[in-house]
Design a protein around this ligand. Structure first.
Ligand code: NAD
Length: 278
């Protein structure tokens, strides 16, 4: 069930006490999420809808987008879906415009962009298809984040709380054998995030990244359970894979109006994996 009512009551309580100024509510705000039909993107769409945002759901296939929109609508939330392959430059601008037109009513509006779409294409440097996998990894997970942010910029400038949240990874701060294309893209996300935070800061737009650790999603579903368990016990202080919703809460935090002084940050949601030394 959509938790909007309870949330807004809490908000009213806050303001009636008058102890704080900044809003922890995204109710009424317009958010666009890429790769929103599965895993972290879908959990983010559900969470933002649950908090009263108007959610632009985008992904590769109509039926998958429709399923997310239907689930949100059924629960009483507000969402609309569009097919978007984030490697298609021309389509990106069109879909961003459509989300803003839908979200804003009379005036187009887009407050929050979540750059989430991703693919895992493991490949060793001397594999014959390395360069192809490199190109796809960089196109989907890095170039696309730049393109969608460029397309969204005019709308973010019109928002009172413009926010960009880019999904990176633990591979954004370290590396793994056979993952150099993915790792390069995810490190690139951190660089893009930091530079844009500096560039857009004077306009009050924040740009942050989230670095998920091992999360139970479509991307990791083919990994055998015993391997996941072993990995988590050895590498993750919290000793388990995370859930997509746990990552979504990190995204929401960075997207709140109240997070107005947090920019250029990489928020790890990794169960402590990247700070573990032994
Ligand atoms: P997922 O496979 O469940 O979801 C990824 C979504 O991206 C899918 O719905 C897919 O259709 C979409 N997508 C792929 N290519 C696309 C394209 N060209 N255009 C538009 N959409 C496209 O995986 P997930 O784990 O939810 O991945 C979400 C993000 O989280 C990715 O950026 C991924 O790299 C990152 N991440 C995941 C993990 C993990 O362990 N699952 C860890 C770190 C980072």
């Amino acid at each position: 069930m959509i938790g909007k009512t309870v949330f807004m009551e809490n908000n009213n309580l806050d303001s009636s006490l008058g102890l704080s100024q900044l809003s922890r509510s995204v109710a009424g705000q317009v958010v666009m999420i890429t790769g929103a039909a599965s895993g972290i993107g879908r959990a983010t769409a559900y969470l933002f809808a649950d908090q009263g945002a108007r959610v632009g759901v985008t992904d590769l296939e109509q039926k998958n987008v429709d399923a997310v929109v239907a689930a949100i609508t059924k629960a009483g939330g507000q969402a609309q879906g569009w097919v978007l392959d984030v490697t298609e430059r021309e389509t990106i601008g069109q879909v961003v415009d459509k989300v803003a037109a839908w979200g804003g009513g009379e005036e187009p509006r887009l407050d929050i962009l979540v750059n989430n779409a991703g693919v895992s294409l493991p490949t060793a440097l001397d594999d014959p298809d390395y360069e192809e996998r490199w190109d796809t990894s960089v196109a989907v997970m890095l170039t696309a984040q730049m393109l969608t942010t460029r397309a969204a910029l005019p709308y973010l400038r019109g928002s009172t709380a413009g926010r960009v949240v880019n999904i990176s990874s633990t591979e954004g701060v370290g590396g793994s054998a056979g993952a150099s294309a993915y790792t390069a893209a995810k490190h690139g996300v951190v660089g893009l995030t930091r530079s844009l935070a500096v560039e857009l800061g004077p306009e009050g737009i924040t740009v942050n990244a989230v670095g998920p650790g091992p999360i139970e999603t479509g991307m990791t579903e083919a990994i055998p359970e015993d391997m996941k368990t072993k990995f988590a016990r050895r590498r993750v202080p919290l000793r388990r894979y995370g859930t997509p919703e746990e990552v979504a809460h990190g995204v929401l935090h960075l997207a709140l109006p109240a997070s107005s002084y947090i920019t250029g940050h990489l928020l790890m949601v990794d169960g402590g994996m990247t700070i573990k030394n032994n």
